[in-house]
Design a protein around this ligand. Structure first.
Ligand code: FAD
Length: 120
């Protein structure tokens, strides 16, 4: 089997901004790319909700659709308007995957996003 430290190195070195949250989107882990993309340090992110990244212009319906989907244990992909620590705005292409345990319960969410401001 692939050693656990390879999983960690792969996630740590990913060009995608990767985070792992609890079931309410409270951040438990953010990789270095997430820190570079958002402008926040790891210790500022951990314990905060992912909503810390919201620029507060994404329609509520987008979030409702997202939550309805991931609560049903389906992945969700979409574009969100995000805010960096310095207040600047970026467009995030985000995919959220539920992490499901052996009993079929969602324990965590895996978030992966990249800044697509230039693309759009
Ligand atoms: P709220 O008014 O709190 O929520 C808006 C609507 O979302 C609510 O009416 C409700 O329908 C739904 N909702 C919110 N929280 C929950 C919950 N715990 N359970 C069920 N339904 C809920 N948001 C971003 O703006 N940018 C991101 O980059 C981002 N990344 C995320 C990554 C992951 C892995 C996850 C799980 C979530 C992410 N979110 C992100 C969503 C974020 O957690 C918030 O739900 C979102 O920012 C809206 O927060 P709010 O306080 O503005 O709105």
């Amino acid at each position: 089997a692939l050693p656990a430290h390879i999983f960690r190195q792969a996630v740590e070195q990913s060009a995608l901004a990767i985070s792992i949250t609890d079931g309410d989107a409270n951040i438990l882990y953010a990789n270095p790319s997430f820190q570079r993309t958002s402008g926040y340090e790891q210790q500022e992110l951990v314990g905060n909700n992912e909503s810390i990244l919201s620029y507060r212009v994404t329609p509520k319906l987008v979030y409702e659709t997202m939550w309805a989907q991931i609560k049903r244990q389906r992945p969700w992909n979409g574009l969100l308007v995000n805010r960096r620590k310095d207040g600047s705005r970026y467009l995030a292409d985000l995919t959220i995957s539920p992490v499901v345990d052996e009993d079929g319960n969602t324990t965590h969410y895996l978030g992966m996003h990249r800044d697509v401001t230039e693309v759009h």
